[in-house]
Design a protein around this ligand. Sequence first.
Ligand code: UTP
Length: 298
Amino acid sequence: MNKVRKAVIPVAGLGTRFLPATKSIPKEMLPVVDRPVVQYAVDEAFEAGIEHIVFVTGRNKQAIEDYFDVAPELMETLRGGGKAEQHGTLERLLPGAGQTTFTRQQAPLGLGHAVWCARDVIGNEPFALILPDMVSYGARGCLAEAMDVYNVSGGNVIAVEECDLTETHKYGIVGRGAEIGTGFEVTGMVEKPAAGKAPSNFYINGRYVLQPEIFALLETQERGAGGEIQLTDAMVRLSASQKFYAKPFSGRMFDCGSKEGFIEANVAFALARRDLGDTVHDLVGNLLRDHETRSVAA
Ligand code: UTP
């Protein structure tokens, strides 16, 4: 079984749900507490044993490339100003020399197209795919857990979570087959099935291990839902010749591409922080009490 060494992180989307903020700030740079969303994706990749990260960027995304570069003046100022802790954090979070590649998606034609743009950098080896606006929250990262299954099953692995059966129309849903390791064989994939038409309640949550044969299929993939080149459509075609497995994530994802998920992630990550948890707990408690008092008065 070939080792998964590289991860693709697509960051070329327009982030229209976060306009007007995303007019000048990439949505992947919006912070959850004090780290940009994309930093969580990079940390998760390295935790899972990834050695090289391929960012698929687009216009107006320069801030992401700058963020993952050295900042000599800032580092010097922090060192000189006795801010050793911040200096150490920045040093620790920076990927090593030669561990990142930035390639361009010239137009946001969809996730499938963004992944296809990484084909030459990935070459003929399996790779991980991390959708950065899905932020992983749990004892271990979601990709590390998906890799546990890959190390037993090989093939293609999709991380999944369970949703309410009435919510299947919002997600890509996989059918559940025989167990393998801590995961199961995928019997089918359907994009956004109506309630009652879904093969299960396991939805695709934004972490994948894919075989390089996906690229040839993406090359000829026609536009699907929303007029975009959809990754799921190409995965469905690949499943005719290759096995797909699913790993139910033991933690949970926050959808930081949506306002509700982003706010929820900020509260959850802040509550989990030793330096902030108690204060934020009290702040949120007070806000809720005020809110309820006002609702009753109204
Ligand atoms: P989304 O569909 O959630 O991102 O894609 P979006 O289109 O930017 O968001 P909205 O709906 O307009 O608010 C998930 C991930 O795939 C990337 C996005 O940057 C995001 O990280 N993506 C999406 C691309 O890189 N290229 C695309 O053409 C589409």
